[in-house]
Design a protein around this ligand. Sequence first.
Ligand SMILES: [Mg+2]
Length: 402
Amino acid sequence: MVALIRRRQACGNGCGGEAQRANDQLITMRITDVRALWLSAPLEQPIGGSSRKKTWFNRQAVLVEVHTDEDLVGIGEVFTTVPEVALVAVSKFYQPLLLGENPLDIERLWEKMYFGAGYSGVKGVMIEALSGIDIALWDLRGKVENRPVWQLLPSSSRPLSPAPLPAYAAGGFWAPLADTLAEITGYVAHGFASVKMKVGLGIEEDGQRIAAVRQTIGNDVKLMIDANCGYTADQAIALGKRVEEHNVYWFEEPVLVEDWDGYKKVRESLSMKIAGGEGEYTRWGFRELIGRGCVDIAQPDVMRCGGLTESVKIAQIAAQHNVAYAPHVFCSIVGLAASLHLAAVAPSFEIFEFDMTPNPLRTHLAKTPIEVKDSRVSVPNGAGLGIELDDDALARYMVVRA
Ligand SMILES: [Mg+2]
């Protein structure tokens, strides 16, 4: 750290951003370790999935720590459904590739990790693990430069200072209808102007539930529905036509992630917007999803699709195709913060997903929580991701540190 401080003092106030960055590149900082942390927080009240098929009894997260010889540690998050495998990918496969490397050389390290995994790293858990490491590298860079990540990400539309971003309440997981209505009414009372509910129970039941929600919240609140890939194209079209009168703003993940033709058919058949992309990977995956005309709204998950480095490129592809950017965010406060920094600079950003379902890893893991006020959420402005984890909470939720 001493070497870094001396260089910054030598630079003084006369260095511009680029000069500062070039200066920092000269620093002989080195990666000394890359660790993966599997966290699990039990829920007092279990929550349902999109349908009755799944119940969540706890919330989990895989965090990444990149350690350096300057006593600085970068933090990231992996979004994965296989935490056991992500731990191995981070600590056994990517860690040896990164030891001794300069952590500020992020783009080159991304390429080293991506091509290092070969064909096995094109999609799936390897990219998810890479994403968490990439976020940790950006957090580290922000801490080195004492600037928030949103100021460092390459973008043609970076604001001088981001205004609080519009956000919608994501919830409405499966529950008896009376409970769902009470939950969504609570989001509206909280001040949310847009809410999202899950569908996937079958066309008849979904139709009744959507009608009941619309009737309860009135016509002034935007309503989105999310099937989590639960329908075929023909089923999704049937549901969409049935609920068109209830003014559904977007229909999310109507069909399987890999069914690009199905997406296109649904989009061409319905008047409501079609959203998707939380299960897609890298600029090449989004080139297909967006380029083939599958979606009006792209929903990359920064913790899955390739990290901040890749999400910047995906956001550019979306903007070039006049597709809105509305990130998928269902994670701990680490991934929430990373998603906010990217959203602040995405040229076609429209609205931020704010998961309102119970999650101690969102509400209790950091010393200062991130919250929504009047349907808007502020981008953290501290160094790096701008969050400071609570060591006691970290220890409380730790399953294993690999
Ligand atoms: Mg979704």
